[in-house]
Design a protein around this ligand. Structure first.
Ligand code: DAH
Length: 345
């Protein structure tokens, strides 16, 4: 036919090139080649004028048909390439939100929380119930009912965070879990065998052994005929169950307004193995808490007959227990939330 190239051949070649264009840029070049002003098809159209009239119409119609067929193919190909490029761009832009998980693995309970759960288990195994109470307390529960007289120096020793609620210095963040003793004595039927874990607050600067927000686990046992031997035996059994063999403990005389006699519970410093270091202030022992026999004055404050009932109580610092058990030279790691520390437990 015209210009010596058969139309069918032009069509087939053009469609093939369109189909094989690898990208949008290539497609534009192919379009120019097969439909542009100097393309064989355009030239063929231009040469129609030299044909006799009756052939001209037929040939023109066929050329136009091939042209629109190629145009359609180009449009289809363009849409496909655009879609593919968009998908590739999205894929490249995608944020990999699984990265943190892949690096650190899933989270877990904080070491202190794990320890509280474990302590509860130990005491439940010994027949104790678990009770929880408010972190905001009144002066009466936190001090007064526990036999701290007003202006007693022990109140100052427990530097309190007071809340601006009601009368000045009447509402505070509890400085220990001991007010839970009072709450249970007022609301439970006797006998009582309970532990009360929870968070406490004192206005002091964090250091190797102290945190302004810390945790205690309180215990209270009230029954007929409870003696100091029951207290010592319970503490010994607890020490064995929680620390296992190899940790020595001792009770030293102590003084608390709500227990008489009172003791302080200490265990070997695990950092220096008893030789004396910064963490134990050179003593070789770490104090975990206090204990003693419930003072008859406390029973009196809650209307319990101290002739019939006796009991013991103790309160241990959970953060201290963690520190000793895991040999942490500085307790502040428990509040710094450094994932390299936290993920070790
Ligand atoms: N509540 C005391 C404190 O935080 C610790 C304590 C001492 C608790 C003697 C007791 C106890 O239950 O009997 O310093």
């Amino acid at each position: 036919m015209m210009a010596g190239v058969p139309l069918e051949e032009l069509r087939a070649k053009a469609l093939q090139e369109v189909e094989q264009a690898p990208g949008l840029e290539d497609l534009r070049r192919v379009e120019q080649e097969v439909l542009g002003r100097r393309s064989p098809l355009t030239l063929a159209h231009r040469s129609l004028g030299s044909l006799p009239l009756d052939e001209r119409r037929d040939a023109g119609a066929r050329i136009n048909q091939v042209r629109s067929e190629i145009q359609e193919a180009i449009e289809g190909k363009r849409r496909a390439l655009e879609e593919a490029e968009r998908a590739a761009r999205l894929e490249a832009d995608r944020l990999d939100l699984t990265e943190v998980l892949a690096t650190w693995g899933p989270g877990h309970l904080h070491l202190v929380t794990q320890t509280r759960d474990e302590l509860e288990d130990v005491f439940v195994g010994m027949g104790f119930a678990v009770a929880e109470g408010p972190e905001v307390e009144t002066d009466w529960y936190n001090f007064e009912a526990l036999n701290y007289p007003p202006a007693h120096p022990a109140r100052a020793a427990q530097d309190s965070f007071y809340l601006k609620v009601g009368e000045p210095e009447q509402v505070l963040l509890r400085t220990h879990t001991s007010p839970m003793q009072v709450r249970l004595l007022l609301t439970s039927e006797l006998p009582i065998y309970a532990v009360m874990p929870g968070r406490c607050y004192r206005r002091e600067t964090a250091d190797a052994r102290h945190r302004p927000a810390f945790h205690q686990i309180e215990a209270l046992v009230v029954d007929r005929g409870i003696t100091f031997a029951d207290l010592a035996g319970t503490i010994e059994e607890f020490t064995e169950a929680y620390f296992g063999p190899g940790i020595a403990s001792r009770l030293r005389p102590g003084s608390f307004p709500f227990t008489e006699p009172s003791g302080e519970y200490e265990v070997t410093c695990t950092i220096c193995r008893g030789r004396g270091c910064r963490t134990c202030s050179g003593t070789g022992w770490i104090e975990l808490g206090g204990c003693g026999m419930v003072d008859p004055a406390v029973f009196g404050n809650v209307g319990i007959d101290a002739e019939e009932w006796s009991g013991f109580a103790f309160g241990f610092g959970i953060d201290r227990l963690v520190q000793v058990r895991h040999g942490l030279s500085d307790m502040r790691v428990l509040q710094e939330n450094d994932i390299r520390f936290l993920r070790q437990f």
